[in-house]
Design a protein around this ligand. Structure first.
Ligand SMILES: Cc1ncc(COP(=O)(O)O)c(C=O)c1O
Length: 396
């Protein structure tokens, strides 16, 4: 079977990062009859990932969405926050916000920054003053780092916890520092088409030991069984349970969001290629920015930041122009789609509850944003060919 055999277009938005060689290695490992449910290989991958990112702890789970859910759950059960008021971004992904709705938080939506498409620090400050939230969750939208310097200044001034959704921004850097290392916790996705894939998979990262323990419990039924012995002993003492009962003592309201060791084994295999994939995506993104300057809008990112995208977000001047771009891309067999979810505050899950959210940048992205392919299979000549199609539409 040829590599990337699932191609349906000349240029797909997403291609698999799992090669035949990766599958051969996985199959070889499986033939040795390892344990397949979550066990030592998951721990090995978590340690390797934490090392790659430069954080103390990582907890793997079954998707990026589950990783987001776990961050909310751990923040609450560890009593890191005493109120459930949270600021959420207007652009990003639906499951960045949905746990707030599901778990009974009071979310307030924040406008996007024209430079990054992430949370706008100015609007953020206005909302923080008004809402006094104890937490914010931000998204580094499509690998463009948020203005973390300004957001960290706000954190210092007002004191709130930061959750970082890095599900589509592996390897992006703000002023040299990897995204995912700024917040109390950060989430990554390993779904198909992302920087690396474990088929389905995600991970939460933190430097906070207590949050780590709560993530371990929340991932697996809320039980004590997955805690390191010393921490389990503390709960045994607190709740007066003996060693026989302890593993199946349920301390917090948990879930089952576990990965399998199969996913983790794939993660270890994929991690070896991650830096190369990131390098390719960074180079492709830069080339798009150079070739599309003046033809479409896009998030330039902040000077000194590194953008590591999984798709290039282009913004047309109007919805009609977006239609023309999409038609031309389609004719040339170049995969495209709307920009992520556009303005999340215009989707029924949000507007049915809180009313539609409207703000200039989020609305513009909703009406005019579209994706161009960026993945590790694309070479400079491919990016040039894709940009030529955009240029031709603008010339008409
Ligand atoms: C910003 C962001 N958050 C969360 C997710 C959800 O990740 P998953 O598909 O692994 O659940 C995605 C998926 O693309 C995403 O882009």
């Amino acid at each position: 079977m040829p590599e990337n055999a699932f191609h349906s277009q000349q240029y797909d938005l997403a291609v698999d990062t799992i090669s035949n060689a990766d599958l051969e290695e996985l199959i070889g490992w499986m033939r040795a009859y390892p344990r397949l449910t979550m066990a030592d290989v998951t721990k090995e991958f978590e340690a390797a990932w934490a090392g790659w990112l430069g954080v103390k702890y990582a907890v793997m789970c079954n998707s990026g969405s589950s990783a987001n859910l776990l961050m909310y759950a751990a923040l609450e059960s560890s009593r890191t926050v005493s109120s459930k008021s949270i600021l959420v971004p207007a652009t990003g992904w639906a499951t960045t916000l949905m746990p707030a709705v599901q778990l009974g938080w009071q979310p307030t939506m924040c406008e996007s920054d024209i430079r990054t498409f992430g949370m706008d620090p100015q609007r953020l400050e206005e909302l923080v003053k008004r809402e006094r939230p104890e937490a914010i969750i931000l998204v580094h939208v499509l690998g463009v780092p948020c203005d973390m310097t300004s957001i960290l200044e706000l954190q210092k001034k007002y004191g709130f916890q930061i959750l970082e959704d890095c599900c589509a921004s592996h390897g992006a850097r703000h002023q040299g520092r990897l995204v995912g290392t700024f917040g109390a916790m950060s989430s990554f996705s390993f779904y198909y088409g992302h920087h690396m894939s474990t088929v389905e998979g995600g991970i939460v990262c933190t430097n906070d030991e207590q949050l780590y323990f709560h993530l371990l419990m929340a991932r697996s039924h809320g039980w004590l069984k997955d805690l390191p012995p010393q921490e389990a002993a503390r709960y045994m003492e607190l709740h007066k349970v003996d060693a026989f009962r302890a593993p199946f003592t349920f301390v917090i309201p948990g879930y089952n969001l576990r990965p399998t060791d199969i996913n983790a084994k794939l993660g270890l295999i994929q991690l070896r290629k991650l830096d190369d994939t990131i390098r390719r995506r960074i180079a492709n993104h830069k080339q798009y920015q150079q070739l599309l300057q003046g033809l479409v809008d896009f998030a330039p990112g902040l000077p000194g930041d590194t953008i590591s995208s999984i798709s290039f977000c282009a913004v047309a001047r109007s919805t009609a122009e977006r239609r023309a771009f999409v038609t031309a891309l389609d004719q040339h067999k170049i995969d495209t789609r709307i920009f992520t979810a556009g303005n999340l505050g215009r989707h029924p899950f949000w507007s049915d509850r809180y009313g539609a959210f409207s703000a200039p940048v989020a609305d513009r992205l909703h009406a005019c944003g579209f994706f161009l392919p960026n993945n590790q299979s694309l070479e400079p000549a491919d990016i040039t060919a894709i940009c030529k199609v955009i240029r031709e539409v603008r010339a008409v």
